[in-house]
Design a binder for this molecule. Structure first.
Ligand SMILES: Nc1nc2c(ncn2[C@@H]2O[C@H](COP(=O)(O)OP(=O)(O)OP(=O)(O)O)[C@@H](O)[C@H]2O)c(=O)[nH]1
Ligand SMILES: [Mg+2]
Length: 228
C-alpha cells in the first residue's frame, strides 16, 4: 500500500511544519507522500511545507479555482498512492490516528475509513453547546444521503479508485460528504477520535459555509438513499 496525504491549506504556516513532521513519524514504514494543496497563502505556507519534511512533504502551488474542495479534488488527480487521506492542516485532525484509519484499507476490510466524532469513543472536547448542536444538525441533515454518522468529517481515508473520475461538486466546503455520497466505496468504517480545536491560525468558516452546505445537500437530493 502506498499512501498520499492530501492537505488543503490557506494560511497555515504556523502548523504545517508540525503536521508534516508528525505525519512522517507516524507513517514510518509505510510508503507515503504528503501533498499540501495551497491557494497562494500570503503567510508562506507553501514554503514552510517544502522546508518541513523534504522527500515526504511538498507544496502544490495551486493556480486553478480556489477553495478547499477544488484543492482536494486536484489532489485526487495528483496522488501517486493507491490510498489517499484527506485532513486539515490545523492539527484538528490528529496524525496519531492515521494508522487506525489506514488499517481497515490495508486489511481489505473497507475501502473508505472516516475519522468520526460521532461513533462511540469519538468526541468534540471543549465545544460550546451552540457549536455542538450546529454540527449534529448538519450531520442529521445528511442522513438521507449517506450511512456515515459524521457526514461532515473532513478527515478520511479511501482507496484512490473510490474517488478517481467521480463527478464531485466542488462548490461546498464539505468534500467529505461528496465522497461519502458519490464515491465508489462498498464498505465503510468509522474510526472514533477526539477533534482538537485549532490553536493557531484563523478559521475560514463563517455563516456563508452553512448556506453553501444547504446548497450542497440540495444538489444531492437526486442521490437519496433508498429507504430501508
Ligand atoms: N486550498 C485551500 N484550503 C483551504 C481553503 N479554506 C480553508 N482551507 C483549509 O481547509 C482546512 C479546513 O479549514 P478550517 O478553517 O480549519 O475549517 P474548520 O476546521 O471547519 O474550522 P476551525 O474549527 O476554525 O478550524 C484547513 O487546512 C484550511 O487551511 C481554501 O480556500 N483553499
Ligand atoms: Mg480546522
Amino acid at each position: 500500500m502506498e499512501v498520499s496525504l492530501l492537505v488543503p491549506t490557506y494560511n497555515e504556516a504556523a502548523s504545517i511544519g508540525a503536521l508534516a513532521t508528525a505525519a512522517r513519524a507516524v507513517l514510518a514504514g509505510i510508503e507515503a507522500e504528503m501533498l499540501v494543496l495551497d491557494d497562494g497563502s500570503p503567510d508562506g505556507t507553501a514554503d514552510a511545507a517544502d522546508r518541513a519534511a523534504p522527500g515526504f512533504c511538498r507544496a502544490i502551488r495551486r493556480t486553478g479555482p480556489r477553495g478547499l474542495s477544488h484543492a482536494v479534488i486536484e489532489g485526487f488527480g495528483l496522488a501517486r498512492g493507491d490510498c489517499v487521506v484527506v485532513m486539515d492542516a490545523d492539527l484538528s485532525h490528529p496524525p496519531e490516528l492515521l494508522p487506525r484509519l489506514l488499517a481497515p484499507l490495508q486489511a481489505g476490510e473497507a475501502d473508505l475509513a472516516v475519522a468520526s466524532r460521532y461513533v462511540p469513543g469519538g468526541s468534540t472536547p471543549g465545544w460550546p453547546l451552540r457549536r455542538r448542536v450546529t454540527s449534529r444538525v448538519a450531520c442529521w441533515l445528511a442522513r438521507p444521503f449517506t450511512p456515515v454518522k459524521d457526514a461532515t468529517s473532513g478527515y478520511f481515508a479511501c482507496r484512490l479508485d473510490v474517488v478517481r473520475e467521480v463527478d464531485f461538486d466542488p462548490r461546498g466546503f464539505k468534500i467529505g460528504l461528496e465522497v461519502f455520497v458519490k464515491g465508489r466505496w462498498k464498505r465503510v468504517v468509522e474510526v472514533p477520535y477526539a477533534f482538537q480545536d485549532r490553536r493557531t491560525g484563523e478559521s475560514k468558516l463563517g455563516a456563508r459555509v452553512m448556506f453553501h452546505y444547504i446548497e450542497q445537500l440540495a444538489a444531492l437530493v437526486p442521490r437519496r438513499r433508498t429507504p430501508r
